[in-house]
Design a protein around this ligand. Structure first.
Ligand SMILES: C[S@@+](CC[C@H](N)C(=O)[O-])C[C@H]1O[C@@H](n2cnc3c(N)ncnc32)[C@H](O)[C@@H]1O
Length: 274
Protein backbone atom coordinates (compact mmCIF):
# COMPACT_ATOMS: atom_id res chain seq x y z
CA UNK A 1 0.00 0.00 0.00
CA UNK A 2 1.37 3.47 -0.82
CA UNK A 3 2.31 5.76 2.12
CA UNK A 4 -0.77 8.00 1.80
CA UNK A 5 -3.26 5.11 1.77
CA UNK A 6 -1.33 3.50 4.61
CA UNK A 7 -1.79 6.69 6.63
CA UNK A 8 -5.51 6.82 5.73
CA UNK A 9 -6.04 3.18 6.76
CA UNK A 10 -4.22 3.89 10.06
CA UNK A 11 -6.43 6.94 10.61
CA UNK A 12 -9.52 4.70 10.47
CA UNK A 13 -8.16 1.62 12.27
CA UNK A 14 -8.91 1.28 16.00
CA UNK A 15 -7.71 -2.28 16.57
CA UNK A 16 -10.54 -2.92 19.01
CA UNK A 17 -13.70 -2.90 16.94
CA UNK A 18 -14.11 -6.68 16.50
CA UNK A 19 -14.62 -7.61 20.17
CA UNK A 20 -16.75 -4.51 20.85
CA UNK A 21 -19.13 -5.01 17.93
CA UNK A 22 -19.41 -8.78 18.28
CA UNK A 23 -20.18 -8.30 22.00
CA UNK A 24 -22.86 -5.78 21.03
CA UNK A 25 -24.39 -8.44 18.76
CA UNK A 26 -24.22 -11.03 21.57
CA UNK A 27 -26.06 -8.66 23.93
CA UNK A 28 -28.79 -8.31 21.32
CA UNK A 29 -29.07 -12.03 20.47
CA UNK A 30 -32.64 -12.96 19.66
CA UNK A 31 -33.69 -9.56 18.31
CA UNK A 32 -35.21 -9.57 14.82
CA UNK A 33 -32.67 -8.87 12.04
CA UNK A 34 -34.37 -5.57 11.10
CA UNK A 35 -34.11 -4.28 14.70
CA UNK A 36 -30.45 -5.29 14.92
CA UNK A 37 -29.64 -3.56 11.63
CA UNK A 38 -31.45 -0.45 12.90
CA UNK A 39 -29.47 -0.39 16.18
CA UNK A 40 -26.11 -1.06 14.50
CA UNK A 41 -26.69 1.96 12.25
CA UNK A 42 -25.53 4.24 15.08
CA UNK A 43 -21.99 2.92 14.59
CA UNK A 44 -21.70 1.13 11.26
CA UNK A 45 -22.97 4.01 9.11
CA UNK A 46 -19.89 6.27 9.31
CA UNK A 47 -21.29 9.35 7.59
CA UNK A 48 -23.31 12.42 8.46
CA UNK A 49 -26.99 11.56 8.74
CA UNK A 50 -26.33 7.87 9.45
CA UNK A 51 -28.96 5.36 8.43
CA UNK A 52 -31.50 8.04 7.42
CA UNK A 53 -29.05 9.46 4.87
CA UNK A 54 -28.35 5.97 3.46
CA UNK A 55 -32.06 5.23 3.22
CA UNK A 56 -32.66 8.52 1.37
CA UNK A 57 -29.87 7.65 -1.08
CA UNK A 58 -31.17 4.10 -1.62
CA UNK A 59 -34.74 5.35 -2.19
CA UNK A 60 -33.52 7.92 -4.72
CA UNK A 61 -31.67 5.16 -6.62
CA UNK A 62 -34.86 3.08 -7.02
CA UNK A 63 -33.00 -0.22 -6.56
CA UNK A 64 -34.68 -3.42 -7.69
CA UNK A 65 -34.59 -6.78 -5.85
CA UNK A 66 -31.83 -9.10 -7.07
CA UNK A 67 -29.57 -6.31 -8.37
CA UNK A 68 -25.80 -6.45 -7.87
CA UNK A 69 -24.54 -3.39 -6.00
CA UNK A 70 -20.95 -2.21 -5.43
CA UNK A 71 -20.31 -0.12 -2.29
CA UNK A 72 -17.07 1.86 -2.62
CA UNK A 73 -15.30 2.52 0.71
CA UNK A 74 -17.81 0.30 2.49
CA UNK A 75 -16.31 0.73 5.96
CA UNK A 76 -17.85 -1.75 8.42
CA UNK A 77 -20.56 -2.63 5.90
CA UNK A 78 -23.52 -0.81 7.45
CA UNK A 79 -24.69 0.53 4.09
CA UNK A 80 -24.32 -2.95 2.56
CA UNK A 81 -26.44 -4.50 5.35
CA UNK A 82 -29.16 -1.89 4.95
CA UNK A 83 -29.30 -2.32 1.16
CA UNK A 84 -29.24 -6.12 1.37
CA UNK A 85 -31.94 -6.43 4.03
CA UNK A 86 -34.31 -3.61 3.02
CA UNK A 87 -33.90 -3.73 -0.77
CA UNK A 88 -33.10 -7.41 -1.22
CA UNK A 89 -30.02 -6.80 -3.37
CA UNK A 90 -26.59 -8.47 -3.40
CA UNK A 91 -23.79 -6.18 -2.24
CA UNK A 92 -20.03 -6.26 -2.74
CA UNK A 93 -18.12 -3.74 -0.63
CA UNK A 94 -14.51 -2.66 -0.98
CA UNK A 95 -12.48 -0.75 1.60
CA UNK A 96 -8.86 0.17 2.27
CA UNK A 97 -9.08 -0.44 6.03
CA UNK A 98 -8.49 -4.15 6.75
CA UNK A 99 -9.99 -3.97 10.25
CA UNK A 100 -13.33 -2.69 8.91
CA UNK A 101 -13.49 -5.41 6.26
CA UNK A 102 -12.64 -8.22 8.70
CA UNK A 103 -15.06 -7.02 11.38
CA UNK A 104 -17.79 -6.30 8.80
CA UNK A 105 -17.52 -9.80 7.34
CA UNK A 106 -17.62 -11.32 10.84
CA UNK A 107 -20.76 -9.32 11.61
CA UNK A 108 -22.34 -10.50 8.35
CA UNK A 109 -21.55 -14.12 9.27
CA UNK A 110 -23.22 -13.68 12.69
CA UNK A 111 -26.26 -12.08 11.07
CA UNK A 112 -26.59 -14.79 8.40
CA UNK A 113 -25.84 -12.30 5.61
CA UNK A 114 -22.59 -13.75 4.22
CA UNK A 115 -24.41 -15.24 1.23
CA UNK A 116 -25.72 -11.82 0.24
CA UNK A 117 -22.82 -9.50 1.14
CA UNK A 118 -19.10 -9.78 0.52
CA UNK A 119 -16.63 -7.15 1.75
CA UNK A 120 -13.12 -7.12 0.30
CA UNK A 121 -10.02 -5.20 1.28
CA UNK A 122 -8.67 -3.04 -1.53
CA UNK A 123 -8.22 0.36 -3.13
CA UNK A 124 -11.12 2.12 -4.87
CA UNK A 125 -8.57 3.35 -7.43
CA UNK A 126 -7.71 -0.24 -8.47
CA UNK A 127 -11.02 -2.10 -8.35
CA UNK A 128 -10.46 -5.87 -8.59
CA UNK A 129 -13.79 -6.57 -10.31
CA UNK A 130 -14.79 -7.61 -13.83
CA UNK A 131 -16.08 -4.96 -16.24
CA UNK A 132 -19.85 -4.43 -16.45
CA UNK A 133 -20.68 -6.68 -13.50
CA UNK A 134 -22.71 -4.29 -11.29
CA UNK A 135 -26.14 -2.71 -11.73
CA UNK A 136 -25.33 0.23 -9.45
CA UNK A 137 -22.69 1.62 -7.10
CA UNK A 138 -22.82 3.66 -3.91
CA UNK A 139 -20.08 5.74 -2.31
CA UNK A 140 -20.71 7.41 1.05
CA UNK A 141 -18.14 9.81 2.60
CA UNK A 142 -15.14 8.35 0.76
CA UNK A 143 -14.21 10.88 -1.93
CA UNK A 144 -12.75 13.19 0.74
CA UNK A 145 -9.85 10.69 1.03
CA UNK A 146 -9.23 10.35 -2.73
CA UNK A 147 -7.52 13.11 -4.73
CA UNK A 148 -7.96 11.73 -8.24
CA UNK A 149 -11.72 11.73 -8.61
CA UNK A 150 -11.62 11.32 -12.40
CA UNK A 151 -9.68 8.06 -12.00
CA UNK A 152 -12.03 7.01 -9.17
CA UNK A 153 -15.20 7.55 -11.23
CA UNK A 154 -13.56 6.11 -14.37
CA UNK A 155 -12.81 2.88 -12.49
CA UNK A 156 -16.35 2.70 -11.11
CA UNK A 157 -17.83 3.31 -14.59
CA UNK A 158 -15.84 0.32 -15.90
CA UNK A 159 -17.51 -2.00 -13.37
CA UNK A 160 -21.07 -0.86 -14.15
CA UNK A 161 -23.46 -2.23 -16.77
CA UNK A 162 -24.76 0.25 -19.37
CA UNK A 163 -27.48 2.32 -17.68
CA UNK A 164 -25.86 1.61 -14.29
CA UNK A 165 -26.32 4.19 -11.53
CA UNK A 166 -23.80 5.73 -9.14
CA UNK A 167 -24.92 7.48 -5.95
CA UNK A 168 -22.29 9.63 -4.23
CA UNK A 169 -22.76 11.14 -0.77
CA UNK A 170 -19.66 13.10 0.24
CA UNK A 171 -18.66 16.11 2.30
CA UNK A 172 -18.08 18.83 -0.30
CA UNK A 173 -16.79 22.41 -0.38
CA UNK A 174 -19.55 24.99 -0.14
CA UNK A 175 -17.46 28.08 0.77
CA UNK A 176 -13.95 29.55 0.77
CA UNK A 177 -11.50 29.32 3.68
CA UNK A 178 -8.93 26.97 5.20
CA UNK A 179 -10.31 23.85 6.85
CA UNK A 180 -9.40 22.94 10.45
CA UNK A 181 -8.27 19.43 11.38
CA UNK A 182 -8.79 16.81 12.70
CA UNK A 183 -12.12 15.94 11.11
CA UNK A 184 -13.70 12.45 11.02
CA UNK A 185 -12.10 11.55 7.66
CA UNK A 186 -8.66 13.09 8.20
CA UNK A 187 -6.26 13.75 11.07
CA UNK A 188 -4.48 16.37 8.96
CA UNK A 189 -4.77 18.24 5.66
CA UNK A 190 -2.47 15.87 3.72
CA UNK A 191 -5.14 13.12 3.83
CA UNK A 192 -8.05 15.37 2.84
CA UNK A 193 -9.25 16.12 -0.71
CA UNK A 194 -12.54 17.96 -0.24
CA UNK A 195 -13.91 19.44 -3.47
CA UNK A 196 -16.96 21.41 -4.60
CA UNK A 197 -19.95 20.15 -6.57
CA UNK A 198 -18.71 21.39 -10.00
CA UNK A 199 -15.45 19.46 -9.48
CA UNK A 200 -17.45 16.26 -8.82
CA UNK A 201 -19.73 16.92 -11.80
CA UNK A 202 -16.76 17.41 -14.16
CA UNK A 203 -15.04 14.27 -12.89
CA UNK A 204 -18.25 12.25 -13.26
CA UNK A 205 -18.89 13.56 -16.76
CA UNK A 206 -15.28 12.91 -17.81
CA UNK A 207 -15.84 9.29 -16.73
CA UNK A 208 -18.92 9.02 -18.93
CA UNK A 209 -21.64 9.59 -16.29
CA UNK A 210 -24.64 11.89 -16.70
CA UNK A 211 -25.67 13.65 -13.46
CA UNK A 212 -29.44 13.55 -12.86
CA UNK A 213 -29.83 14.67 -9.26
CA UNK A 214 -28.07 16.73 -6.59
CA UNK A 215 -29.12 17.55 -3.02
CA UNK A 216 -27.39 19.56 -0.29
CA UNK A 217 -27.91 17.83 3.09
CA UNK A 218 -26.71 20.71 5.33
CA UNK A 219 -29.86 20.85 7.48
CA UNK A 220 -29.91 17.08 8.05
CA UNK A 221 -26.21 17.33 8.99
CA UNK A 222 -26.70 20.02 11.63
CA UNK A 223 -29.54 18.14 13.33
CA UNK A 224 -27.64 14.83 13.18
CA UNK A 225 -24.37 16.28 14.54
CA UNK A 226 -26.15 18.03 17.42
CA UNK A 227 -27.56 14.63 18.46
CA UNK A 228 -24.23 12.80 18.09
CA UNK A 229 -22.36 15.51 20.05
CA UNK A 230 -24.94 15.50 22.85
CA UNK A 231 -24.31 11.76 23.26
CA UNK A 232 -20.47 12.01 23.10
CA UNK A 233 -18.97 11.49 26.54
CA UNK A 234 -22.04 9.71 27.87
CA UNK A 235 -20.36 6.53 26.53
CA UNK A 236 -23.15 4.89 24.57
CA UNK A 237 -22.12 1.32 23.73
CA UNK A 238 -22.79 1.95 20.06
CA UNK A 239 -22.03 5.29 18.45
CA UNK A 240 -19.77 7.01 15.92
CA UNK A 241 -17.27 8.18 18.63
CA UNK A 242 -16.29 4.49 18.90
CA UNK A 243 -14.79 4.80 15.40
CA UNK A 244 -13.00 8.11 15.93
CA UNK A 245 -10.62 7.46 18.82
CA UNK A 246 -9.49 9.80 21.60
CA UNK A 247 -10.03 12.99 19.62
CA UNK A 248 -13.60 12.08 18.57
CA UNK A 249 -15.07 15.18 20.26
CA UNK A 250 -12.61 17.49 18.47
CA UNK A 251 -13.29 15.85 15.11
CA UNK A 252 -17.05 16.25 15.55
CA UNK A 253 -16.70 19.85 16.75
CA UNK A 254 -14.52 20.80 13.76
CA UNK A 255 -16.96 19.11 11.39
CA UNK A 256 -20.07 20.80 12.75
CA UNK A 257 -18.40 24.22 13.17
CA UNK A 258 -17.30 24.17 9.54
CA UNK A 259 -20.72 23.06 8.30
CA UNK A 260 -22.34 25.84 10.39
CA UNK A 261 -19.84 28.35 8.92
CA UNK A 262 -20.83 27.31 5.38
CA UNK A 263 -17.37 25.97 4.42
CA UNK A 264 -18.50 22.38 3.80
CA UNK A 265 -21.69 20.30 3.68
CA UNK A 266 -22.73 16.76 2.85
CA UNK A 267 -24.04 16.57 -0.72
CA UNK A 268 -25.77 13.74 -2.56
CA UNK A 269 -25.16 13.35 -6.30
CA UNK A 270 -26.94 10.81 -8.50
CA UNK A 271 -25.50 9.84 -11.87
CA UNK A 272 -25.96 7.11 -14.48
CA UNK A 273 -24.15 5.74 -17.51
CA UNK A 274 -26.20 6.69 -20.61
C1 LIG B 1 -15.87 7.99 6.61
S1 LIG B 1 -15.61 6.31 6.22
C2 LIG B 1 -17.15 5.87 5.43
C3 LIG B 1 -17.40 4.38 5.45
C4 LIG B 1 -18.72 3.94 4.86
N1 LIG B 1 -18.88 4.35 3.48
C5 LIG B 1 -19.86 4.44 5.68
O1 LIG B 1 -20.52 5.39 5.26
O2 LIG B 1 -20.09 3.89 6.77
C6 LIG B 1 -14.50 6.39 4.81
C7 LIG B 1 -14.07 5.03 4.35
O3 LIG B 1 -13.40 5.15 3.09
C8 LIG B 1 -12.35 4.20 3.07
N2 LIG B 1 -11.39 4.63 2.04
C9 LIG B 1 -10.67 5.77 1.99
N3 LIG B 1 -9.90 5.79 0.89
C10 LIG B 1 -10.15 4.64 0.22
C11 LIG B 1 -9.65 4.08 -0.99
N4 LIG B 1 -8.73 4.68 -1.74
N5 LIG B 1 -10.12 2.87 -1.36
C12 LIG B 1 -11.05 2.20 -0.61
N6 LIG B 1 -11.55 2.70 0.55
C13 LIG B 1 -11.10 3.89 0.95
C14 LIG B 1 -11.81 4.23 4.48
O4 LIG B 1 -11.06 3.10 4.78
C15 LIG B 1 -13.10 4.33 5.29
O5 LIG B 1 -13.61 3.08 5.62
Amino acid sequence: MDPLNNMIARHYSRGSLGPTLLAALDERAGLPLGTLIEQLGAVDEFHVGGRAATQALADAMKLRPGQNILDIGCGLGGTARLLATRHNVRVTGIDLTAEYVEVGNNMNARLGLSGQIELVCGNALALPFAARGFDAATMLHVGMNIANKSALFGGIARTLKPGGKLAVYDIMRTGEGALSYPVPWASEASMSFVEARPFYRSALEAAGFAVYGEADRRELALTFLATVKARTGTAPALGLPLLMGDDAAQKLTNLSTQIEAGLIAPVQILAYLP
